[in-house]
Design a protein around this ligand. Structure first.
Ligand SMILES: [Zn+2]
Length: 298
């Protein structure tokens, strides 16, 4: 752990890390994620399928790994994660969950343990629309912030050379600000496209496999919401989600129909993708990563 957290250690250059059923508790795993090497692109983190009678995730017992995995895994080309329980927080952040709550969308429709019943009442359309609107809003806020920053910098740099014009023409400061805005917009577009290109052009497909041994973190969540959330992830990233408790598994990729898998297939060490099914009826992806972060290919 100290080796992983030390910026001078070789771990800084570590690109691949596989921890298969090693004896680490959740506390240690959460520290590992906080100290994860910055260049890591491949993570396999398979926690034990403990046989104890599991009744959902208990915040007082251990840290909640789902949001940590969500934040940490943005840059990973390959992620495999298996845990006692998982939930929608692997996909949705606090703002998105708050937005669902704010819009009065009921999601806690499952039943304790299996979360088998109740899903038919899940308003998948409302959830999809709300989360996508929230992501658009975050993206727009991020862009506005970056553009404002660029304009403020440009104004500060030309602060001493501002001149007035009898014809109401632009001062140096205003011209500088307009240029800074244009340049910032081009840069932001380029960053968005760069991430999409990176995913699409990667030699190794971007892949995430999520396995839960004992259902969901919150007893009243539904597995269908997890599947829906996987459908809404970035274009070009393949997801496999498997729930051993329910004996179900599926493959998801934005803009394609989900594919039901035999649970045994989802556990195969080397997962071969089912050919994706094109679906023209699903909404196209308008969102990209809310915090574009260009980085080098593996
Ligand atoms: Zn969770």
């Amino acid at each position: 752990m100290q080796l992983l957290g030390n910026p001078d250690s070789v771990a800084v250059n570590l690109a691949k890390l596989e921890l298969r059923f090693c004896n680490l508790d959740y506390e240690t795993i959460s520290k590992l994620l906080y100290h994860a090497p910055p260049n890591l692109k491949h993570l396999v983190l398979l926690c034990w399928d403990d046989d104890r009678d599991y009744h959902g995730y208990d915040a007082t017992e251990c840290p909640h790994l789902c949001p940590l995995i969500r934040d940490f895994s943005k840059k990973l080309v390959h992620l495999e994660y298996a845990a006692s329980t998982v939930c929608r927080e692997l996909f949705f952040d606090d703002l998105e969950i708050g937005s669902l709550r704010h819009n009065g969308i009921t999601t806690g429709l499952g039943t304790e343990g299996g979360a088998i019943e109740g899903h038919e009442k899940l308003d998948t359309h409302a959830i999809g629309e709300t989360v996508q609107a929230c992501r658009r809003q975050k993206r727009s806020k991020h862009r506005t912030g970056r553009i404002k920053e660029a304009i403020a910098t440009a104004k500060a740099q030309s602060g001493g050379t501002t001149t007035s014009s009898l014809f109401g023409g632009g001062t140096n400061a205003n011209l500088g600000a307009a240029r800074a805005r244009r340049e910032a917009e081009v840069l932001l577009d380029e960053e968005d496209e760069q991430r999409a290109r990176l995913i699409q052009g990667s030699k190794t497909p971007w892949f995430r496999r999520i396995i839960t041994w004992h259902g969901l973190c919150q007893p009243n969540d539904t597995w269908e919401e997890v599947q829906l959330a996987a459908d809404m992830e970035e274009t070009g990233v393949e997801w496999v989600v498997a729930n051993k408790d329910l004996g179900v598994a599926s493959q998801h990729s934005h803009g394609k129909l989900p594919i039901t898998l035999e649970i045994g297939r989802a556990f195969e060490e080397k997962f071969d993708f089912e050919p994706g099914q094109f679906c023209g009826t699903q909404a196209s992806c308008e969102e990209s990563d809310p915090e574009p972060d260009p980085f080098d290919e593996l």
